[in-house]
Design a protein around this ligand. Sequence first.
Ligand code: NAD
Length: 491
Amino acid sequence: MSNTISEPPLELLPEPVLRIGDTRVNGTEGGDYQHTYAATGRPTATVPLAGAAEIEQAVRAARAALPGWRATPADRRRDALAAVSRLITEHTDRLSRINVIDNGTPLTVALAQGGMAADLFAYNAGWADKGGGEVHETWPIPALDYSLEEPYGVIGVIIPWNGPITALGQVLAPALAAGNCVVVKPPELAPFSALAMAELFDEAGIPPGVVSVLPGGPEAGEALVRNPGVDKIHFTGSAAVARRIASAASERLVPLGFELGGKSAVIVFDDADIDTAIQSALAGISVNLSGQGCINGTRTLVQRGLYDDFQAGLTEAVGSITIGDPMDARTTMGPVISELACERILGVIDTAVTQKHGRLVAGGSRLGNGLEDGYFIAPTVFADVDPQSSLAQEEIFGPVQSLIPFDSEDDAVRLANETAYGLAGYIHTRDLGRCHRLAASLEVGDIWVNGGFGIPASVPFGGVKSSGYGRIGGRHGIREFMRPKNVWIAL
Ligand code: NAD
C-alpha cells in the first residue's frame, strides 16, 4: 500500500517576521529563507533571517527591558511564567502541529514535547519567588556577610532545529524566572515553533524586549556571541559549532552554557528484560526524532549470551515501526530534517558498508512508495560493529543503530566510555548492585535504567566531555542563569 502524506496546515503558522522588542521586522540584513516541509520536500513559507543589524537591535531592546524585568516583583514574574505555561497547554495542539511543519517530528512526539514545555514553565515559575541568597560566617573580623543571587542580564540563546519547543522551555523558563532578558536565535531550518511561542509570551504579559525571537543562520548566531551587550550565551547544538562559539567567546570571555550532542550507549546484560531493552534501542533510531535526538541511544552494547536473540528481536521490531505522515497520530517515525541530511546519512551508511564497519542487517536506504519526495530513511541496524569505527564513534543524527557484543561488566563500561561524548547511558539489567556500579562508572550526565524514559522539569539534564557543560532542569537549571554577588558589612 502506498503512503499518503496529508497537506500540512500552513494556516496555523505564525507571521514569518523577526520579533524584536515590540516591533515585527521583515526585510532584513540576513535575507530570506525558503522553508520546506520534511515530509514532502515542498515549500511552506518564506522567512526573513536576522543579520548582525537585527541582532544588535534585539540586544538593545533586551538591555532596555532589563532594569524593569529585574525589578519586577518576584510574585509577578512567577505569575507571568505560570501564564505562559497555561497558554502553552491551551495551545498545545497548534504549537505541536507547527512543530511538525518545522521539522517533521511525528505529531504524538510533538504533543508530548508541548506538554514538557508547559511543565517547564510551570516548574520554573515556582523558582521565580524562591531566589534570595545566603548569610555566611566570617572570621577573624566580625561582619555581616551575605550573597545575593543575581541574574546575568541578557542571555543569548541559540537553539537547534530538532526539538525547538522543548529547547525553549528548558532554557527560557529558568532564564526568565531568574530575571534575565533573552535574545533567541532559532535556526532557519525550524523557525516557526519559536515564533509561535513568542506570540504566547506577549499574550502572557511578558513586557516587550524581555524575549526577542530572531530566526537566522550561523552569521546571526555568531553576531549574538560577539555582541558586547550579551552577558551569557546558552547554546544547544553540535560539538563542532560549540568549538567555534567557544573560540569567538574567548575574545570577550563571555560565559557559556553548552548542551551538545552524544553517542550514547544502550547497555544490555544477559539478565535484562529483552523486550524493554529492544524498545530502548528501537527508540534511539525511530520514535525519538528518527535518530535525530541528542540523547538517543545509538550504540547498543549487548552481552554475548543474549546477543543473537537481541539482534533477531531488534531487526524484527524495526519492521513494526509505522513510518509515514507525521501529522497522522498512528505514525511512530517521520522523516529526517532535510535533503542534505538525507544525503549525509546515506553517505555514512554507504561508508560503513564499504569499509566493513559492521554487517548491515536492517534498512540502509531511502524510502519510496509515496515517501520519495520527503526525507525518509529506513530505520537501519548494523550488527558486529567495530567499536572504534566512525560508525560507532561519531554522532550520525539519523536512524542508524550499531550493535556491539561484550563479555563482562568491565568490557561494557570500557566500551561505553570509549567515546568523545558523555550525554546519556541506558542500562538494562535486573542486578541492582550492577545498576549502581554502572551508574557510578559511566562518564555521562544522565542515566536511565530499565526503560521508563522521562525528563521531568525537576531533574538536572546535561552532558560531560564533548556533550557539553552546565545543566538545565531542576535546581541546577535555575542556577545556570544566576550568579552570586557577595556583600561584606563590617560590624
Ligand atoms: P548545529 O550545531 O549545526 O546548530 C545549532 C545552532 O547553532 C543553530 O541555531 C545554528 O544556526 C547555530 N550556529 C551554527 N553555526 C554557528 C556559529 N558559528 N556561531 C553561532 N551559532 C551558530 O546543530 P543542529 O544541526 O541544529 O542540531 C543538532 C545538534 O544539536 C546535534 O549535535 C544534537 O545532538 C545537538 N542537540 C543537543 C541537545 C542537548 O540538549 N544536549 C538538544 C538538541 C540537540
